[in-house]
Design a protein around this ligand. Structure first.
Ligand code: ZN
Length: 400
């Protein structure tokens, strides 16, 4: 900057400073909340403010504030921050929420009253009062719970498997298919997975002995994935250690059979030991699952007349011995199933061995792809021979 321009700048600054007292207005406009304005002297601003006037129209504007308990308050905007600091909110949305009833109503509730509403049947989330239902064409609907029964009467189901068929492909894909489209999907390489049993078609029962154990949960994962049941012949002493697996198995439609309390050789036991081993296991299963076993399998397949006469349940043997406990090899387990399984077979495996859990998916897949339906032992007997007979030995249930 040269000398000349610096001099000019200084002159300007001096002139501007000198003019300030004259350019500033001595009078200012003040505003009241009812819309009036008045001109007052600047030095009197605080005095006017003290009696309810504001320096801007914006400050004077009346706004409505909201409390959590449902009150409202109209105040000049100027005070908004002070009220916000003590629990007043600027919008209704901040203090209310929408609650939902089972019968399809919704209600805007002040947050302070939400708990009271919750106690008389209002819910916080719409997902608490609705479920997904399905029709035979595969459409999905969100239905209020109060309407479940009437929707069922119209043909909707809350279980996809009731209205549609789960199918899978050899490469591991799954989908639900409308029942009348099943055959068309069969023709292009899709396989039926679980669902309703056609009693005129082939069926087999997979059974697992000696558990429940650590691999049981993995076995259940596969059964659930393919929507198929199995029968678990459990040792009573293991039942209380795996209650979740036991309950889950029952909920999935699996059957729990009796395999004695501690895997004793029943054919070498006294009548009282036989009774004690069986009863203790029945009680253990009932205590965890709420259902009693209806069938038993003697450990080692060892029984005699005394065993059959003492135990008032059908004795279940097997027709496919996979020897999974011995080979501990999923490929060999599968090979044995492939070789020996015929319509009505009872397949023996053991869910206490990890390689057996590995074999379950290939075994289930193979059986379903061969057109076998998987059923529980009791259902296999029921579908093929009617009522199961106590004291009778069942090895397999070929069609008559
Ligand atoms: Zn056993």
């Amino acid at each position: 900057m040269n000398k000349k321009s610096l001099c000019l700048l200084l002159t300007c600054v001096i002139m501007f400073t000198a003019f300030i007292p004259f350019s500033e207005a001595e009078n200012v406009t003040m505003y009241a909340s009812d819309g009036r304005t008045r001109i007052v002297e600047a030095k009197d601003i605080s005095a006017w403010k003290a009696v309810g006037w504001f320096e801007s129209a914006e400050d004077a504007k009346i706004v409505t504030l909201y409390s959590m308990d449902g009150r409202t308050l109209d105040i000049p905007q100027y005070y908004r921050a002070d009220y916000n600091a003590v629990g007043w909110y600027n919008t209704r949305e901040e203090v209310t929420l929408t609650m939902y009833s089972m019968d399809g109503r919704s209600l805007e509730v002040f947050k302070d009253a939400a708990e009271a509403h919750n106690k008389v049947g209002w819910y916080y989330n719409i997902s608490d009062v609705t479920i997904k239902m399905y029709d035979k064409d595969g459409n999905e609907y969100t239905i209020y719970r109060d309407f479940i029964e009437s929707e069922k009467a119209k043909g909707l189901s809350d279980n996809k498997n009731d209205v549609m068929q789960l199918m899978f492909s050899a490469d591991g894909r799954f989908m639900h298919v409308p029942f009348d489209k099943v055959e068309a999907h069969n023709e292009v390489g899709w396989f039926t997975s679980g669902g309703k049993v056609d009693t005129s078609k082939p069926m087999v029962a997979i059974t697992f002995d000696d558990g429940p154990g650590a691999p049981t949960a993995r076995v259940l994962d596969i059964l659930e994935k393919y929507n198929v049941p199995a029968t678990f012949f459990v040792q009573g002493k293991n039942v209380a250690r795996y209650p979740n697996e036991m309950v889950r198995a029952v909920k999935m439609g699996c059957e729990i059979g009796n395999h004695t309390y501690s895997h004793v050789n029943l054919s070498a036991s006294s009548t009282s030991t036989i009774a004690q081993q069986i009863n203790a296991t029945n009680t253990a299963v009932y205590n965890v699952t709420g259902v009693y076993p209806k069938v038993y399998r003697p450990p080692y397949g060892a029984y005699n007349k005394a065993v059959l006469n003492t135990i008032a349940m059908p004795a279940i043997m097997w027709s496919v011995d996979t020897l999974d406990w011995k080979t501990r090899n999923p490929s060999k387990t599968l090979a044995s199933v492939k070789r020996d399984t015929k319509d009505g077979a009872i397949i023996l495996m053991h869910d206490i061995h990890s390689p057996t859990a590995d074999a379950v998916e290939p075994v289930v897949k193979h059986l379903l792809m061969q057109g076998f339906q998987l059923v529980t032992v009791s259902d296999l007997i029921k579908y093929r021979q009617g009522h199961a007979v106590s004291g009778k030995v069942y090895n397999s249930l070929a069609p008559r």
